[in-house]
Design a protein around this ligand. Structure first.
Ligand SMILES: Cc1ncc(COP(=O)(O)O)c(C=O)c1O
Length: 412
């Protein structure tokens, strides 16, 4: 049986296949960009109608209490917590991933004044690197930027001067998956702390923050968690780090008693101290509703499905795409792969535009990466087969060479 015929058979046996019905996908579209913006779940539009027409229009300011708006960051966090292997009292939904990164980076640096070295991965998502440099400048730390394959050696080399390591669990470009428990243990053995960016993991790859005793984590609400454009992010702080957790980004929502309006800031005793200002409530409620799509989903089955999809895509690459000049940037070993596959091609941008025009949506990351995200809740093996066939056809016909596909848009 060839790889494309296998797709239908895999879908028949897929225990998560019915979850696709929880989403509202446009007909005819193969959506492989859930690692950038998750699809719309059916739970969201009705919840938005209720939030706007009843809670906002009728309830007005009363809804902060009567509709439970005030405690939404904690409720949302409690839904995210099992997806990242965390007890809920260490997770909060708030702000953006960037802002949450600033909070945990500064907290990690403040917690370890005597240690100087901060380790970053060279090709990490830029926001992570920018913030690490800025925070390090302010706390007198030295940033060492290292290649993916030399992280473990760099940790060892830093020795007892290691302050903080900041890594993205699943690499945003290549989809490479780091061994979170192993690296966390290496950092702890030297007395350092680690921050995991779970932007490309949460909702697609099982994570065990508590089991690994990870120190801090952050992640996005709008990718595999399907919270909608600009959805609030989340942050995790290990319970024993909470009492001493300090960051310059203090605001009234992180105060022990916000409605005392006291002139002095006093930290909330719990994870709520990471809250800053008023949450974007409509987005928060959309994320809360979207998380219902994970109801009853086993993370083991989610991972199996994700691997099955990415394996099939790689089989398609070997069978039909490699001959067109694509390279495979994602590791072939299951244990080193998140839920996305990245191909390289010098004309990647134009090729992706042509592919999108034919209804297969992925995205492009400069200089040459075509990214395909496989959200296990709504992507089928048949989608994978169609993506490979369409990309093969575009290359064979050479349609991507039309001038219109080379025109760069603001968002790639
Ligand atoms: C790995 C990673 N970290 C951080 C971010 C930044 O997230 P935000 O723009 O929501 O702050 C992104 C965004 O795509 C990301 O992929």
């Amino acid at each position: 049986m060839n790889w494309a015929d296998a797709a239908a058979e895999y879908d028949q046996k897929d225990p998560l296949a019915p979850c696709r019905e929880r989403f509202s996908l446009p007909p005819g579209v193969v959506y492989l960009d859930g690692n950038s913006l998750g699809a719309l779940s059916h739970h969201v539009p009705e919840r938005m109608r209720q939030a706007v027409e009843r809670e906002w229009r009728e309830g007005l300011i009363r809804s902060w209490n009567d509709a439970g708006w005030y405690l939404a960051p904690q409720r949302v966090a409690a839904k995210i917590a099992p997806l990242i292997g965390a007890a809920a009292d260490q997770v909060i939904a708030a702000d953006s991933t960037t802002v949450n990164l600033f909070k945990v980076l500064t907290a990690a640096m403040e917690a370890n004044p005597a240690r100087r070295i901060v380790l970053c991965e060279r090709d990490n998502f830029p926001t992570d690197t920018y913030l690490a440099h800025e925070a390090a400048k302010r706390y007198g730390k030295t940033v060492r930027t290292v290649d993916q394959d030399t992280i473990e050696a760099a940790i060892a080399e830093a020795g007892d001067d290691l302050c903080t390591v900041t890594l993205t669990h699943v690499h945003y470009k290549t989809g490479r998956l780091y061994d979170l428990p192993r690296i966390t243990a290496l950092v702890h053995a030297l007395g350092g702390r680690i921050i995991w960016d779970l932007a490309h993991s949460a909702g697609a790859v099982p994570v065990s923050l508590d089991e690994a005793r990870a120190d801090y984590a952050v992640g996005c609400g709008y990718k595999y968690l399907n919270g909608g454009p600009g959805a609030p992010a989340f942050a995790y702080v290990r319970r024993d780090h909470l009492p001493a957790f300090t960051t310059p980004l203090v605001g009234w929502h992180g105060h022990a008693a916000p409605f005392d309006f006291s002139p002095e800031w006093r930290a909330h005793p719990g994870i709520e101290r990471l809250l800053v200002g008023t949450a974007p409530m409509l987005s928060m409620l959309a994320l809360e509703a979207a998380l219902e799509a994970f109801e009853g989903v086993s993370m083991t089955e989610l991972r199996e499905k994700s691997l099955s999809l990415t394996r099939l895509f790689i089989a398609g690459y070997d069978a039909c795409l490699a001959r067109h000049g694509f390279g495979l940037a994602t590791p072939r070993e299951d244990a080193q792969r998140g839920s996305q596959v990245a191909l390289t091609h010098p004309d990647g941008y134009a090729i992706m535009q042509a592919l999108i025009e034919r209804g297969v949506i992925g995205d492009f990351r400069a200089p040459d990466i075509l990214r395909f995200g496989f959200a296990p809740l709504y992507v089928s093996h048949a989608d994978v087969a169609r993506a490979v066939e369409t990309l093969d056809a575009i290359m064979t016909e050479g349609v991507w060479q039309e001038a219109k596909y080379a025109q760069k848009k603001a968002v790639t």
